[in-house]
Design a protein around this ligand. Structure first.
Ligand SMILES: [Zn+2]
Length: 427
């Protein structure tokens, strides 16, 4: 399409805050301070306080809807009806199950600011999902990750609808599928493959989990492989000498595990699963392993992939001379691929979130992780992932909890960031 990574739509200073009808170039800090002073923004802050209990109910309700990887349909449907109930524009769902809504801006031609929250959980289909409120805490698998992010998305939409804030650029709200594990970021990947969104999203902020102390501005890349060695198999006594897939796999693992990796950029690999064989007196017909590689740099992921493929080649060559060696096959399958990319240190989005944190006396630091932001970052777009406020624990376990104390700060942070990026017309 016309707009590739070379010419991303960008906020930069192209959509500055309007001050008394004239556009002045304000610093990020001045811009955030002006937004924070607006009466309508104070009304939105009051909305967060007034609806605190209701937001907890929403969070319990969404967490109770199972959303296993590749099974988010019920939750997509739920979010779509929530968006409709709020009277948002262009509420719809795409063929992947991603749900969209728009809060129009006063300048319809401006690139939009996207706020997203992933709908999926790590819990497989059939996991018993029970939610509860005990003392002041909320409990349930996925209550923080990402029950809190989805709740924040709806809180921002609710507060903006009721406080009459005139945002300049449109705000695009997204509930996306496929963030966790096997999901392989497929929801966000699909969104940025659509010309409509690729050309209109100026910046993306993913709301993921609880907290206010981090800014995920560095995307951790990963690539995962499944390697299967197959052979004719046979009897351990009468077919002795036939190439053994488990032995071949062991050689591949031995070779690959000797690969050196740099500490900067941090690069790691892991053989996480090995399976194969039928019985102690059978030469196996197949052996399989799963390998995870991670790095802050795409070059290092490429280098590890070359090392892995070379280990496969060498491990197989060493089997020459064995009986029926020619019947041996090795299949290397990429089962996961998350691109690595960082937000540049001088990015507008980074300046604005830092200004917001200064305004709210919130301390935070930039961190590296694998989130939905990886996709826009890999396309040269400005993107970060931040928490939805409050605190949580037991992530990715059925004992997950969320404490709403401090949610207020998280919601203010998201709102100020959104409005400072979009621009707001003066009252
Ligand atoms: Zn998450």
């Amino acid at each position: 399409m016309a707009l590739g990574p070379q010419q991303p739509p960008s906020f930069g200073t192209a959509v500055p805050l309007k001050t008394g009808g004239s556009r002045a170039a304000l610093t990020a800090q001045q811009m955030v301070a002006r937004v924070a002073e607006l009466r309508s923004v104070h009304a939105a802050f009051a909305w967060f306080r007034a609806h605190a209990r209701e937001l907890e109910d929403v969070q319990l309700e969404v967490t109770a809807i199972p959303a296993p990887p590749w099974g988010e349909a019920a939750r997509s449907h739920w979010l779509k009806s929530r968006f409709e109930a709020l009277g948002l524009s262009e509420v719809h769902q795409d063929e992947m199950g991603n749900v969209f809504a728009i809060l129009p801006g006063t300048d319809a031609s401006a690139p939009c600011m996207a706020l997203s929250a992933h709908l999926d959980t790590v819990f497989p289909a059939g996991t018993a999902i029970t939610v509860s409120r005990e003392a002041n805490k909320l409990y349930g698998p996925g209550i923080s990750d990402n029950g809190s992010g989805i709740t924040a998305l709806l809180a921002i939409a609710g507060a903006l609808r009721e406080s009459a804030i005139a945002n300049t650029a449109p705000i695009l709200l997204i509930g996306n599928v496929g963030e966790e594990g096997e999901g392989n970021l497929r929801g966000m990947r699909h969104i940025f493959q659509q010309p409509r969104w690729l050309e209109s999203i100026g910046a993306l902020v993913a709301l993921d989990g609880a907290g206010t102390d981090t800014i995920i501005a560095e995307g951790l890349g990963s690539r995962r492989y499944e390697i299967t060695v197959r052979g004719p198999g046979g009897h351990s006594w009468s077919d002795f000498g036939t190439a053994n897939p488990i032995v071949v796999l062991a050689r591949i693992i031995d070779r690959f595990s000797q690969t050196t990796v740099p500490s900067t950029p941090k690069t790691t690999f892991n053989v996480g699963i090995v399976q194969g064989g039928t019985s102690v007196n059978s030469i196996p017909q197949s052996a399989t392993m799963r390998v995870d590689t991670r790095s802050a740099s795409v070059e290092q992921l490429d280098r590890l992939e070359r090392a892995l493929r070379e280990a496969v080649k060498q491990g197989t060559v060493e089997t020459r001379g064995r009986k029926k060696q020619e019947a041996l096959t090795v299949e290397v399958q990429v089962i996961g691929d998350r691109p690595a990319a960082d937000l540049p240190g001088d990015a507008h989005l980074l300046k604005v979130i830092r200004a917001v944190d200064a305004q709210l006396n919130n301390s935070s630091r930039v961190q590296r992780a694998s989130t939905d932001a990886n996709i826009p970052l890999s396309l040269g777009r400005e993107a970060i992932a931040i928490g939805a406020g409050g605190s949580g624990g037991g992530a990715h376990t059925v004992n997950e909890w969320y404490d709403p104390a401090g949610r207020d700060l998280g919601l203010k942070r998201i709102l100020l960031l959104t409005l400072a990026l979009c621009g707001v017309s003066d009252e």
